[in-house]
Design a protein around this ligand. Structure first.
Ligand SMILES: [Fe+2]
Length: 238
């Protein structure tokens, strides 16, 4: 970690996450640690305050410790108390909270601050990593109590527009290194939705569920174009 304050913050949060790891197998310490490390790299590229970005990254997903599939403001009280305990002033805490709020994928725009861009690129990169759908997607299903069709709809509905608007990533380095992964990831989840339209695939997954080898309820695919049964804007996708 960059400073004594973020080192203390990270140590306290690692312990908190370790105690709760069964509750958040997707958004756990492995996620937070990765995002914090990458966010510092992007902060350096954008020439913004690394400690501010690191503190925001370490505390950006505390809401998931409070309520599953919630928005970042749900973690605000926890964020404030941990930042204050690590020695951040009231003004600094406000700045950190602002960065966290701006980078929320469900709401972010082209006009967020450079600090928020650094955190956003790190958090979004985690979603686009080729290992994430292979190793961690099932943990997302468990954490959120949803089935794979719903997750596929969340990913496509949330991430396809960001690709089309050119703000999937903000930094030049993330765009040049990782944008192909992002396209592949969104296409993968679009293919998942197509596959779930195949009755034989659905039957196979249903049998696997009944036999207890995979998590999830029914595997019905959600039609995100149908307003009454698609994911709501507040749903947080993988
Ligand atoms: Fe995150």
């Amino acid at each position: 970690m960059l400073t004594a304050r973020t080192t203390a913050l990270a140590a306290a949060l690692e312990k908190l996450y370790r105690d709760r790891s069964a509750d958040i197998p997707f958004h756990g310490w492995h996620h937070v640690h990765f995002v914090a490390k990458k966010a510092v790299e992007f902060a350096r590229e954008l020439d913004v305050d690394g400690e501010l970005v690191e503190a925001a990254a370490l505390t950006h997903d505390l809401n998931y410790l409070v309520v599953t599939n919630s928005a970042p403001e749900v973690g605000r009280d926890l964020r404030i108390s941990h930042l204050e305990r690590a020695g951040f002033s009231a003004d600094e805490v406000e700045d950190v909270d602002s960065v966290v709020m701006q980078q929320d994928m469900a709401r972010r725009t082209a006009d967020i601050s450079d600090a928020a861009k650094a955190l956003s690129d790190a958090d979004t990169l985690f979603k686009a990593l080729p290992v994430t759908p292979i190793v961690l997607a099932n943990h997302y299903l468990i954490e959120n109590g949803i089935e794979i069709g719903e997750l596929a709809s969340r990913v496509v509905t949330q991430q396809r527009p960001l690709l089309e608007q050119g703000i999937y990533f903000y930094t030049d380095s993330a765009r040049s290194k990782y944008l192909n992964w992002a396209h592949t990831n969104v296409e993968l989840w679009e293919n998942v939705r197509s596959a779930l339209g195949d009755e034989d695939v659905k039957e196979m997954l249903e049998i696997a569920r009944r036999m207890g080898v995979i998590h999830g309820g029914s595997v019905a695919v959600i039609d995100a174009s149908a307003a009454d049964n698609g994911p709501t804007p507040g749903d947080r996708g993988l």
